[in-house]
Design a binder for this molecule. Structure first.
Ligand code: ATP
Ligand code: MG
Length: 249
């Protein structure tokens, strides 16, 4: 359903006057199957958000291709991908002064009926009555804005849903129900779900766990097989080279 073919995201770097390139996504090949739940994890800075943004078209592909339902969508815009059924929920959602949650929901879904809108919001653990006419601005808490972002993505009823750290800043009371929600309980058709997360709850919920390390897929498979990789990943790659290793002689 979604195929990544030799995918690269490369940026220019300059180090002490020398210029070069860095492959933030470094030749990824992977096929996501329809209706499955994927949890993408890996160390900070390993390329998870970048990969998600390449799929949505937020970052331009440097090399390789993204195929969706058999079609090369590499050159499609974000809007064209959204129309094709792909939705994306940001790690750090945008805030909009003067626009209410109701406005955004109606824009995302075309739904104006209050009862239908409330049904959607209720599922993400926020009180519909008090939220619907809130401005999506700087006054919202970090968790509140994440819940709004989540509701907007779910409300779009996508065929492919991508959530970048949906649980960041979310209270413990919401995370459990959120997992069930993302496992498409209110979906009107089989959704392929890609969740970027460091949270064990999402790892346990996954049909397939993907571990990204230094822009490559270090592992893909089920959680039991992933555990040795998760515990063995050398997160502090600078430990021996930056002089900060307290164990060094
Ligand atoms: N457009 C860009 N130009 C230069 N560097 C970038 C760009 N986008 C991302 N990076 C760098 O690429 C690396 C991977 O970033 P990314 O946001 O994908 O990490 P991540 O795996 O999502 O990390 P986290 O778990 O902290 O969210 C980081 O070092 C980041 O600074
Ligand atoms: Mg990230």
């Amino acid at each position: 359903m979604l195929e990544l073919k030799n995918l690269y995201f490369t940026v220019p770097i300059s180090d002490n006057g020398n210029s070069g390139e860095r492959n933030i996504i470094d030749g990824i090949n992977f096929t996501f199957e329809q209706g499955k739940f994927y949890t993408v994890t890996g160390p900070n800075g390993s390329g998870k958000t970048t990969l998600a943004k390449l799929i949505m078209g937020i970052n331009p592909i440097s090399r390789g291709a993204v195929y969706y339902e058999g079609r090369d969508i590499s050159s499609l815009t974000i809007t064209e991908r959204a129309k094709a059924g792909i939705a994306y929920s940001f790690q750090q959602p945008a805030r909009f002064k003067g626009i209410t949650f109701r406005d955004l929901l109606t824009m995302a879904t075309g739904i104006e009926d209050e009862k239908q809108l409330m049904d959607i919001i209720f599922h993400v653990g926020i009180c519909p009555m008090s939220f619907l006419d809130k401005e999506v601005d700087a006054k919202l808490s970090g968790g509140e804005i994440k819940k709004i972002e989540l509701a907007l993505t779910i409300a779009a009823n996508p065929k492919l849903a991508i959530y970048d750290e949906p649980d960041t800043g979310i209270d413990l009371w919401t995370i459990g129900p959120m997992v069930h929600l993302l496992k498409k309980e209110i979906s009107r058709h089989p959704t392929t779900t890609i969740v970027v997360s460091h949270n064990r709850v999402f790892l346990e919920a996954a049909d397939v766990v993907l571990i990204i390390d230094k822009g490559k897929i270090a592992f893909s498979g089920d959680l039991t097989d992933a555990l040795p990789f998760l515990t063995d990943l050398n997160v502090c790659t600078y430990r021996d080279s930056c002089g900060g290793n307290p164990d060094a002689e």
